[in-house]
Design a protein around this ligand. Structure first.
Ligand code: URP
Ligand code: ZN
Ligand code: ZN
Length: 466
C-alpha cells in the first residue's frame, strides 16, 4: 500500500515547506516536490490549502482505568478511535501497579486491555504504588519491556499516594537506569486535612473540590519533587501542571540547572474554576486533579508554552460519564471520580488558542502536540516528525475549518462520555485525515480503519527509537 500526499504545507517542529510526502507500507520513504511524476501511489491525497503534520502524541491518557469507585469510560477501542478523529496517532497510557504486586504484572494487565482493541499505537508509563528495596530490579525489567517512565503520586492518600522515601528510592533507580520520573505533584496529605475541614462545615458541592486544593499545595509538591530529583539525579517531568505558582517552581528549578520539565493540559489553558459553580451538580463534569484554577493563570501557562518553560501539552484524558459516574458524588464532592474527557480535542484546541489566536508559531504547535512527547518519552524519530524512515503517522489538518464542539454534533465528539468538557467551544482548525503507520484511519470525518494499533516499546532518555 502506498500513499502520496501532495501539495501540502508540510510542518514539523522545525520545518515548514510546500510539497509532497510519499508513504510506502508503514514508513515515509520520500519527501519532495512534484513526486507524482516519479512515484505511482495506490492512493493520492490532495492536501492543497492544508497543513501536513506529524500525527499527534498524547502522552497522558487513562483508558479503561479503575478509579474513584468506577472505571474510566473510554477503553482502548473507543479512546483510540476518538484520539484518531482528533489527529492523535499515538498515546502513552498509564499502567498501574496494584499495591503489593509486581509492576510487571500491572504492565501485563494493561497490555491485555489494549491488545486487539487499539486503533492507533500506544505505549505505557508505569504508575508505581509501592517500591521496596526488593522490587527495585523490576524497574530495570520494565525498561527491557519498553517502559521507560514511571508516574508517582503525592496526591490521593490511601489510593495511589506514595511517601517521600518511596519517591527517593524510585527516583534513584530511575536515575541509574536512564529513565524518567513523571510526578503528580500536589501535597495530598495536607489537601486531605483541608477536605476534612470542608466536609465538617457541610461544604459538599463540586466547587469545594477547587477550594480544597490550593495552588500553593501544588507548588509545594513541585518544589519537593524537584528537590528530591536533584538529589537523586534523575530527569523529572511534572504532569498536568495547572497554575502559575507551580510553574514558578519549575522555572526556579530549571534556572538552578535541575533537569525538570513540565506538561500542562488544554483544560488548564481554556477552562477556569468558575465552571464549578454551575447549578444542578453540573460542575462535577470538571472535577479533576489538579482542579481548574482562577482564570488569570491561563495567560501565565500560555506564556510558559511560548517561552519554553512548559515543554508539552497532554490531555490527562480520564473520562467519566455524568450519569452514573460523576453522579456518584452527588452527596459529596469527595466521591466524584476525578477526571475529564479530552483526547479528541487537544490538537484543534491548541491550534485554535495557540496558532489561530497568535500565541504560538506553527512549529511550536507541532512540537507541543507531537514532537516534544516523542523526544521526551523515547519515541523519536520513529514518531513525532515527518522524515524519511519515520513511521507514516501523519495528519492532514484544515487550518480554516470552523467547528463547534458539542455532544449534540456526533461529528465533533467520539469519546464515550455523555458530555463534552468543551461544549459549545468554537474552534478554527480541524483534522481532515489521520494516517497511522501508513493506514488511513480517519478520512473527512469517517472512520475508515479499525484496530491495528501496536505497542510502542520506548527507548531510554536521550536514546533514539527507529
Ligand atoms: O483528575 C485526574 N487527573 N484524574 C486522573 C488521575 C491523575 O491524577 O492523573
Ligand atoms: Zn495525576
Ligand atoms: Zn492523569
Amino acid at each position: 500500500m502506498s500513499i502520496l500526499i501532495k501539495n501540502g504545507r508540510v510542518v514539523t517542529a522545525v520545518d515548514d515547506w510546500f510539497g509532497d510526502v510519499y508513504i510506502e507500507g508503514e514508513k515515509i520513504v520520500q519527501l519532495g516536490t512534484d513526486l507524482e511524476a516519479s512515484v505511482h501511489a495506490d492512493t493520492v491525497i490532495d492536501a492543497s490549502g492544508k497543513l501536513v503534520i506529524p500525527g499527534g502524541i498524547d502522552s497522558h491518557t487513562h483508558l479503561d482505568m479503575p478509579f474513584g469507585g468506577t472505571t474510566s469510560a473510554d477503553d482502548f477501542d473507543t479512546g483510540t478511535k476518538a484520539a484518531a478523529f482528533g489527529g492523535t496517532t499515538s498515546i502513552v497510557d498509564f499502567a498501574i501497579q496494584t499495591k503489593g504486586e509486581s509492576t510487571l504484572k500491572g504492565l501485563d494487565a494493561w497490555r491485555e486491555k489494549a491488545l486487539n482493541k487499539a486503533t492507533i499505537d500506544y505505549a505505557f508509563h508505569m504508575i508505581v504504588t509501592d517500591m521496596d528495596h526488593g522490587r527495585l530490579g523490576e524497574m530495570d525489567r520494565l525498561v527491557d519491556e519498553g517502559v521507560t517512565s514511571y508516574k508517582l503520586f503525592m496526591a490521593y492518600p490511601g489510593v495511589l499516594y506514595v511517601d517521600d522515601g518511596t519517591l527517593y528510592r524510585t527516583f534513584r533507580r530511575a536515575g541509574d537506569n536512564g529513565t524518567r520520573i513523571c510526578m503528580h505533584a500536589e501535597n495530598g496529605i495536607v489537601i486531605d486535612e483541608i477536605i476534612k475541614e470542608a466536609i465538617a462545615d457541610g461544604k459538599t458541592e463540586p466547587r469545594w473540590h477547587a477550594h480544597t486544593r490550593p495552588t500553593r499545595m501544588e507548588a509545594e509538591g513541585v518544589h519537593r519533587a524537584i528537590a528530591i530529583a536533584e538529589v537523586a539525579d534523575v530527569p523529572l517531568y511534572i504532569v498536568h501542571l495547572s497554575c502559575a505558582d507551580a510553574l514558578d517552581e519549575v522555572k526556579t528549578g530549571r534556572a538552578r540547572g535541575v533537569d525538570v520539565m513540565a506538561e500542562t493540559c488544554p483544560q488548564y489553558l481554556f477552562l477556569d474554576q468558575t465552571i464549578y459553580d454551575r447549578p444542578n451538580f453540573e460542575g462535577a463534569k470538571w472535577v479533576m486533579t489538579p482542579a481548574l484554577r482562577e482564570k488569570w493563570n491561563q495567560d501565565v501557562l500560555w506564556e510558559g508554552l511560548k517561552f519554553g518553560h512548559l515543554a508539552n501539552v497532554a490531555t490527562d484524558h480520564c473520562p467519566f460519564c455524568f450519569k452514573g459516574q460523576k453522579e456518584l458524588g452527588r452527596d459529596s464532592f469527595t466521591q466524584i471520580p476525578n477526571g475529564a474527557p479530552g483526547v479528541e480535542n487537544r490538537v484543534s484546541l491548541l491550534y485554535h488558542g495557540g496558532v489561530h489566536e497568535g500565541r504560538l508559531s506553527l512549529n511550536q504547535w507541532v512540537d507541543l502536540t507531537s514532537t516534544a512527547a516523542a523526544k521526551t518519552f523515547g519515541m523519536f524519530p520513529k514518531k513525532g516528525t515527518i522524515a524519511v524512515g519515520s513511521d507514516a503517522d501523519i495528519v492532514v489538518f484544515d487550518p480554516d475549518m470552523k467547528r463547534t464542539i458539542s455532544i449534540d454534533d456526533p461529528a465533533t465528539h467520539h469519546m464515550n462520555t455523555d458530555y463534552s468538557a468543551y461544549e459549545g467551544f468554537e474552534v478554527v482548525g480541524w483534522t481532515e485525515t489521520t494516517i497511522s503507520r501508513g493506514r488511513i484511519i480517519v478520512d473527512k470525518g469517517s472512520l475508515v480503519t479499525e484496530g491495528g494499533g501496536e505497542y510502542i516499546a520506548r527507548a531510554r532518555v536521550g536514546e533514539l527509537l527507529r
